[in-house]
Design a protein around this ligand. Structure first.
Ligand code: AOF
Ligand code: ZN
Length: 367
């Protein structure tokens, strides 16, 4: 079993940087980067831009041309062995005459899952596995979770005051956090395949739940990919005049019963079962994964946030904390059942803390 050299790590790091350029555009496909090196010189680079388009390896092979012969290829995800929207990259690498392939991680797609690596080895190519695997996995938390568990990766966004309050008694919550934090939220919306909100928040704030290009601090490659908007509306409270229905990207209205009314064609009804007081959110996530949703951004009120937390469906918590106090008669962050002993408290782990404008941004993961 060959191991990675210091140079291998450097080139793989470069492939990861390339893959990151597809952060906002590749879904439902994974973000993948590729670097081709011949005699210690980078001769080809590429990354996946858009589903249906060429894979990272193809772009890099075109870039390298004849110089791919005898070269070493660094790719963040195992080269594919199947014919999907495009033909197998493993075959293209073999045909180009590369002699060594360094792979960041095995493809979790059951259609590939080791077969790409096997194909390369059978053609006499030396394959080195698991180079910077953790960093490669971080590129695609949603794609990996969908392939392995049939569910999307869930980020829950919360905005809080210093005293942990999230809205006024009336439900008013715009704007606790600063414009910088709201711009940061836009980047999460942009990388997500779906935004989930609750009917209460939609009725209180009348949001568009879309990505506003002018608020992003990066340039898009190609057209903007708007996430699907999902609204949990079990009591059928929403009407078609709300702002979110006037935008063309799909809206899924989730309830446990049939809904009548005159809805535009981009609005789809998802009829799901109910567990206790709430819609079965796990079933909702499974339905979204079936529709190739990789990363989900949950942005709603305390009821929806509490329901996701209680069901244990949150992979990552993003809390923006503003330097204000809101006082007693305001709403808490999460509607959760009362607990009587501290040992019943759900514990999370801080992953990072940064300043975003005037606010603190905390990222946490379940223990
Ligand atoms: C990508 N980009 O750079 C690589 C991928 O639908 P297709 O034909 O584009 O195939 C998608 C699958 O190909 C994807 O699920 C993954 O398993 C594999 N590798 N995909 O979109 C890439 N290298
Ligand atoms: Zn491929």
């Amino acid at each position: 079993m060959s191991v990675c050299t210091q140079l291998d790590y450097q080139y793989m790091a470069r492939a990861i940087r390339l893959a990151e350029q597809g952060l906002y555009t590749t879904s439902p496909n994974p973000r993948v980067g590729c670097v081709i090196v011949n005699e210690d010189k980078v001769v080809g680079e590429g990354f996946h831009i858009k589903a249906g388009g060429p894979h990272a390896e193809r772009h890099a092979l075109v870039d390298a041309g004849e110089l791919a012969k005898g070269a070493c290829v660094y790719v963040t995800l195992e080269p594919c062995s199947h014919t999907g929207r495009t033909s197998p990259c493993a075959d293209a690498l073999i045909a180009a005459g590369v002699t060594r392939v360094v792979v960041g991680m095995v493809d979790p797609n059951p259609k590939v899952s080791g077969r790409g690596i096997e194909k390369l080895r059978q053609a006499g190519i030396q394959v080195v596995e698991n180079c910077l695997t953790d960093a490669c996995e971080k590129l695609n938390p949603g794609f990996i979770k969908r392939m392995q568990l049939g569910k999307p990766y869930v980020r829950l966004k919360l905005a809080a005051s210093l005293d942990g309050r999230t809205a006024m008694q009336s439900g008013e919550s715009q704007w606790i956090t600063s414009a910088d934090a709201r711009r940061d939220v836009q980047t999460y919306r942009a990388r997500s395949c779906a935004i989930i909100s609750g009917a209460g928040t939609v009725l209180a704030d009348n949001p568009s739940l879309n990505v506003r290009i002018s608020d992003l601090n990066f340039e898009y490659l190609g057209e903007v990919r708007q996430p699907v908007r999902v609204v949990i509306d079990n009591q059928l409270r929403l009407s078609n005049e709300l702002k979110l229905f006037s935008l063309p990207s799909p809206v899924y209205l989730v309830a446990n019963k049939k809904r009548s009314g005159d809805w535009p064609p981009h609005v789809e009804m998802l009829e799901l079962s109910q567990t206790g007081q709430h819609i079965d959110l796990e079933e909702c996530l499974v339905e979204l994964a079936k529709r190739e949703i990789n990363e989900v951004w949950v942005e709603g009120g305390a009821a929806l946030a509490g329901a996701f937390m209680q069901a244990g469906l949150v992979d990552e918590l993003i809390i923006y904390q503003a330097p204000i106090f809101m006082g007693e008669n305001t709403r808490g962050l999460l509607d959760m059942p009362n607990i009587t002993e501290l040992k019943q408290a759900v514990r999370w782990q801080f992953e990072s803390h940064t300043r975003v404008g005037q606010d603190l941004k905390l990222i946490l993961r379940a223990l």
